[in-house]
Ligand binder design. Structure first.
Ligand SMILES: Nc1ncnc2c1ncn2[C@@H]1O[C@H](COP(=O)(O)OP(=O)(O)OP(=O)(O)O)[C@@H](O)[C@H]1O
Ligand SMILES: [Mg+2]
Length: 325
């Protein structure tokens, strides 16, 4: 017989799971930022001493910079702004050109620690337990640091600005201190669970952040994590991700393309012509919407479960079997 007095999963339990399992802990994040910070300082010194080397500046980008990193991730993204004479496309020549300069800037590293990857140059930093992905940005001196970022999805180039993205996210973060990034991380965790189950499932972290930003801008309160996640899944299910998302921070809506740019349209806050989801097919869209529907049903059921065990089982649909309540 069920015991109806058992409470469903509380916000505090979700928060504890997030803090214990999902989030990259503060200490490690701080340590990694410091280590990458020291490497960037060394690079800056090299650039100053070699003003014609073709390297202009670097930024910590990606989740470590935004405060959205998961515990399971050891990748650190660094955007490297380069002034490059050759063709502005990513190929072995470009990646070797970058690797060569990084090896000079970091003489303490062995040459095989710095290796060209598919669309970036990897720095294996074993003692710090991290792998740094140095992502090229072709730069021509824009004062807002707009440049052509090499997409890590397909090697194409995208006009955008890393520091403007950081400013964009920081704005949402400061409007809902800790809660905005916490809901982002929980949704990224959910997406990682889906990816583990289905190799065709895709949901880029930046897209998750932009959807959360859209919800926050429209008044969604993220301080209750269950409600925040439910709002996210509800948005995905009710729109089918067929509604355009765009932001007014850095351009007017009139600058957006008049015609469709893809099955899913989530525009870069920095560039009205850059649809971050342009590569998502109808199949990708459907997989996301179906998984969001399952998650939404599970959350609703969890909330009305009469036993804790039932509620835990439902939350496991969303957060995976490592969630024990
Ligand atoms: N399609 C894109 N258009 C513009 N900028 C992009 C695009 N893809 C990635 N970026 C830039 O790269 C950064 C990192 O990408 P992304 O959000 O996918 O990874 P992440 O935040 O490091 O998450 P993860 O934890 O999955 O590594 C973004 O914050 C954004 O600045
Ligand atoms: Mg990353």
């Amino acid at each position: 017989m069920s015991t109806p007095i058992d409470p469903p999963i509380t916000h505090a339990e979700i928060r504890r799971f997030a803090e214990d399992r999902v989030n990259l802990d503060r200490e490690t994040a701080k340590e990694r930022r410091e280590k990458v910070g020291a490497l960037r300082e060394q690079l800056k010194k090299y650039m100053t001493e070699h003003p014609t080397c073709g390297l202009a500046k670097s930024y910590l980008s990606g989740s470590l910079a935004k405060g959205t990193a998961l515990k399971t991730c050891s990748d650190v993204d660094v955007a490297l702004y380069i002034t490059y004479d050759g063709e502005k496309k990513v190929d072995a020549k470009l990646l070797n050109w970058i690797a060569e300069r990084l090896r000079k800037a970091y003489p303490q590293m062995s040459a095989d620690q710095i290796k060209p990857k598919t669309y970036s140059v990897g720095i294996e930093y074993k003692t710090a337990g991290i792998e740094i992905d140095v992502v090229p940005v072709f730069y021509e001196g824009d004062p807002k640091d707009r440049g052509l970022l090499v997409s890590q999805d397909d090697g194409s180039t995208l006009m955008t600005s890393i520091p403007m993205h950081l400013e964009f996210i920081r704005k949402r973060k400061s409007a809902q201190d800790t809660h905005f990034v916490q809901v982002v991380r929980l949704i990224k965790w959910w997406a990682a669970e889906q990816k583990a189950k289905d190799a065709n499932f895709r949901f880029k972290s930046f897209m998750v952040e932009l959807i959360c930003a859209h919800l926050a801008d429209n008044g969604q309160d993220f301080s209750d994590y269950r409600k925040g996640m439910e709002a996210f899944f509800n948005y995905v299910v009710s729109t089918g991700l067929k509604k355009r998302i765009a932001f007014k921070d850095y351009y007017q809506p009139s600058e957006l393309p008049a015609n469709s740019t893809g099955i899913v349209e989530i525009f870069d806050p920095v560039n009205a012509k850059n649809n971050v989801a342009s590569q998502y097919t109808e199949n990708h869209r459907r997989l996301i919407v179906d998984a969001a529907q399952d998650a939404l049903n599970a959350l609703i059921e969890a909330h009305t479960s009469s036993t804790k065990a039932d509620a835990v089982a439902m939350w496991q649909v969303v957060l995976g079997t490592s969630f024990r309540g």
